[in-house]
Design a protein around this ligand. Structure first.
Ligand code: ADP
Length: 488
């Protein structure tokens, strides 16, 4: 199959969260399975892309859409990168989504509408690439939400032609890409698709809803989250629609990229180690304490957090549990950025507990790796979590995670109970009492060295590779082709 993986972010070029990691890891595995895969993303100004420019293709102006270039890069991994070059839309300060002031870029509707439109065009006769058009356009999250709608329009306009099937992946249903309905003109949404059976969501235009409405197949990033988003509690207003599309919705757990997240080969660690050399992990703990300004106490139980600082991630539960975390000589190392109030509350904790709590308000890849390796226990009490990657990284690094029982955390962490050792500690409820319960069990296990080492070993032996998940995506692509009337 010819597969276009269309995404707003891809590590290491640009990454704000888990989607960046998935965009880097899944396409090469699909290519190794024998498919022709291309990645499409914007050419952001802040990006440093390693690789040779192979060609540049014209994207012709069409209706209200501007002219642009597709810069084709050989990234050296069997998956050419197509950078959509349109400086007026993508050369900005800040992240792909927000400016340096933290506010959304004011023209996000057209920035990502255009990306979606070019993604769709690559799946039609009007593909800007010579000799290549996609059979499958795999659209990721709300920034690519308009793609399935555009492909559907292309299919209606060209019933005899071969138009790609669309697959829409929800990496986080909470981000929906909501814009004033007035943007519908800008985005060329036909009148009959502006209602509740189209893109409308409580009076606004929802890009994610457009994707869910018109995609040939829908996936999300864990089986548990696939079930949760069909309920009122986690469906963010789209649960009814997702229930109605349950036949085309599947949950496929993300994997981790063993080339990047492996403690035995991790070039960002001062000391590499494996399951047979866990003593070296302790050297990373010492390095972490030194780097963060934590007291150099070898016996301290060091808790680590690497996270976007938002209500989703349950950081308030960590803050509320601080006295308990730090009792008995515990330490806390946090790396994250996000909501100003949470940043401030964490910095206040540093002032209150100097040498015991360390916080870096930053986005720092090497510190993220060092926390995964140097901490004893990783905290991830998310209120909801579509998949989550850090709890998998921490297991691979021998750092048992403490997690809430939600989404992909349920699907990737085995609770350690008195009856069995497991790979981490799962909160029985998403509140302070649930956190305290899991913390007590984690601390008791840490005090029992042989038991802790068994839990570490279980996590390190868990296989979170991409192979089986990539095979499941291939099966979903096949189903999408059949629904689109193209049995391959
Ligand atoms: P989400 O996508 O919801 O942010 P995930 O756990 O799926 O959460 O993925 C987060 C990814 O982003 C992980 O690779 C994590 O290490 C990384 N990350 C998050 N915050 C930071 C940060 N401040 N510095 C470095 N890496 C970060």
């Amino acid at each position: 199959m010819k597969i276009l993986f269309a995404t707003p972010e891809c590590a290491p070029h640009v990454k704000t969260g888990g989607l960046g990691d998935v965009s880097a890891a899944l396409p090469p595995v699909l290519a190794r399975l024998g498919h022709q895969v291309r990645i499409l993303m914007p050419n952001y100004s802040a990006m440093k892309v390693a690789g040779d420019v192979v060609a540049s293709h014209d994207v012709l102006a069409q209706d209200q859409w501007p002219a642009a270039q597709l810069i084709e890069i050989d990234a050296g991994n069997g998956v050419p990168l197509l950078l959509l070059d349109c400086p007026s839309l993508y050369h900005r300060d800040g992240s792909p989504y927000v400016g340096a002031d933290g506010a959304d870029h004011p023209d996000n509707a057209i920035r990502f509408g255009f990306l979606s439109q070019v993604a769709a065009r690559l799946g039609t006769r009007a593909s800007p690439l010579p000799h290549w058009r996609a059979d499958i356009v795999h659209a990721n999250d709300w920034p690519l939400g308009m793609t399935p709608l555009y492909l559907m329009q292309a299919r209606l306009a060209d019933p005899g032609g071969t138009v790609a099937a669309s697959v829409m992946t929800i990496h986080n249903l909470a981000f929906q890409g909501l814009f004033p309905m007035a943007s519908a003109d800008l985005l060329a949404v036909p009148w009959h698709q502006r209602g509740i059976d189209g893109v409308e969501f409580w009076g606004q235009l929802s890009m994610l809803k457009a994707g869910l409405q018109f995609a040939d197949a829908i996936t999300t990033v864990s089986p548990t989250y696939a079930r949760e988003i069909q309920t009122g509690a986690a469906g963010v207003g789209l649960d009814g629609m997702l229930r109605a599309r349950a036949d085309r919705l599947s949950g496929i757990l993300n994997g981790i990229d063993g080339a990047v997240w492996n403690p035995a080969t991790d070039q960002l660690l001062p000391h590499r180690y494996g399951a047979q050399s866990l003593a070296l992990k302790r050297l990373n703990k010492t390095a972490l304490q030194a780097r963060c300004g934590l007291q150099p106490r070898a016996e301290a139980m060091v808790f680590g957090v690497v996270s976007r600082l938002t209500a989703q991630k349950g950081i308030d539960l960590v803050l509320a549990a601080l006295p308990a975390l730090l009792a008995q000589g515990g330490q806390l190392a946090v790396l994250g950025q996000g909501a100003p109030a949470l940043q401030q509350a964490l910095l206040d904790a540093v002032a209150r507990y100097p040498g015991t709590v360390a916080v870096s308000v930053d986005f720092d890849e090497s510190l993220a790796h060092l926390i995964e390796a140097g901490a004893d226990c990783f905290l991830m009490p998310s209120r909801f979590e579509p998949c989550g990657l850090n709890q998998m990284y921490s297991q691979a690094y021998g750092t048992p995670p403490l997690v809430n029982a939600t989404g992909g955390l349920v699907d990737s962490v085995v609770d350690s109970t008195e009856a069995s050792d497991g790979t981490g500690f799962v909160m029985p409820s998403a509140d302070a009492a649930g956190f305290a319960d899991a913390l007590d069990r984690a601390r008791a296990a840490f005090a029992d060295r042989p038991r802790w080492q068994r839990i570490q070993a279980n996590g390190m032996a868990s296989r979170f590779g991409w192979d089986s998940s990539a095979a499941r995506y291939v099966a979903v692509y096949g189903e999408a082709l059949i629904r689109a009337g193209q049995p391959g």
